[in-house]
Design a protein around this ligand. Structure first.
Ligand code: SF4
Length: 315
């Protein structure tokens, strides 16, 4: 069952746009994070252990990392987006960022950049740099970790920023003409399905071009690992996650592009839930449920139809 029959996926979007298969290649450019080094906070977000993002790359040059990642992919003859993923990929002087981004962009078959960062760490200078790449014809995405729109939850997970910081940065990014992809986590402590829906609606209200959904997964070295090991933290079961993710996808307008709808992490780094170690498990079930109940945007469509009927009756 193919997910992109029911979801506007990044893979589908890029295939239509560039007439070729495009994959993201994860890069660890050895950034750090202001929520770890004391500039904003220490200890980082409670779910974070950066080693779980990708294989630790040490000081491996970007070109070599990309070559190795390409070698791991099953499909050949495809194009790539250089995905600056680990830690906070705008947390350096602009000249340093430009050198690193340029290094990735000069590799063969690289169509553009995805830059993952925190909402409170994106200077106008960096937005301008990204906008310049975009105006040169590069595919550029600014990926913002938000995780939840609830300030209470953001405080609880030690994000070190609030929702207002996210809102302000999205508006500035849009002023520069950039596309934003927002990350949301389902299953954060103290949250339930109403909170997930509120986060989605808050993000949609501001406006966003892309979304990334994933379940809370507990990884070694994170603060949450200790809570989970002590039995003080629950994670979502696969059925629950699938139902929640499907509901959010059905409430998302069709033009919004999903970069991801689940998570993958490898053991022994992954502690829980086990099902996150299988790339396809949740994806298959999400696609199946969407095929049975209707795909992306169906819930909005039904709400609009209901409104139209009510308006017709009123007239
Ligand atoms: S999740 Fe991102 S912002 Fe939070 S500590 Fe890790 S690298 Fe920093």
């Amino acid at each position: 069952m193919q997910l992109d029959h029911y979801v506007h996926t990044l893979g589908y979007h890029l295939k239509q746009k560039y007439q070729t298969r495009v994959r993201k290649l994860s890069i660890d450019a050895q950034f750090t994070c202001p929520n770890r080094d004391g500039s904003i906070g220490r200890g980082g977000c409670t779910f974070c252990n950066v080693d779980s993002f990708a294989k630790p790359q040490g000081q491996i040059p970007i070109a070599q990392q990309m070559l190795e990642r390409q070698g791991e992919l099953k499909h050949k003859n495809i194009s790539y987006l250089a995905y600056f993923q680990a830690y906070t990929n705008t947390y350096a002087e602009t000249e340093v960022l430009q050198r690193l981004y340029d290094e990735a962009l000069q590799e063969p078959n690289v169509l553009g950049l995805c830059v993952g960062t925190r909402p409170d760490c994106v200077r106008d200078e960096v937005l301008l740099l990204l906008a310049q790449y975009q105006s040169q014809g590069k595919e550029v995405w600014l990926e913002l970790g938000l995780q939840s729109s609830s300030d209470l939850t953001l405080k609880r997970i030690n994000r070190g920023h609030d929702f207002a910081a996210y809102r302000a940065t999205v508006r500035r990014a849009h002023d520069f003409g950039l596309k934003v992809c927002t990350h949301l986590i389902l299953g954060l402590p103290g949250e339930s399905s109403d909170d997930y829906m509120r986060s989605l609606n808050d993000v949609l209200e501001i406006g966003v071009e892309g979304l990334k959904l994933h379940p809370l997964h507990v990884v070694q070295g994170s603060s949450m690992a200790k809570a989970w090991q002590a039995g003080r933290l629950d994670v979502l079961g696969i059925d629950d996650y699938v139902a929640q993710a499907v509901r959010l996808i059905q409430h998302t307008p069709p033009e919004v592009i999903f970069h991801r709808v689940s998570a993958l992490a490898q053991k022994p780094m992954l502690l829980a839930p086990d099902w996150c170690s299988d790339r396809w498990l949740a994806l298959t079930q999400i696609a199946k449920l969407l095929s049975e109940q209707g795909g992306q945007g169906i819930a909005l469509q039904k709400e609009w139809q209901k409104l139209e009927q009510l308006t017709a009756i009123a007239v």
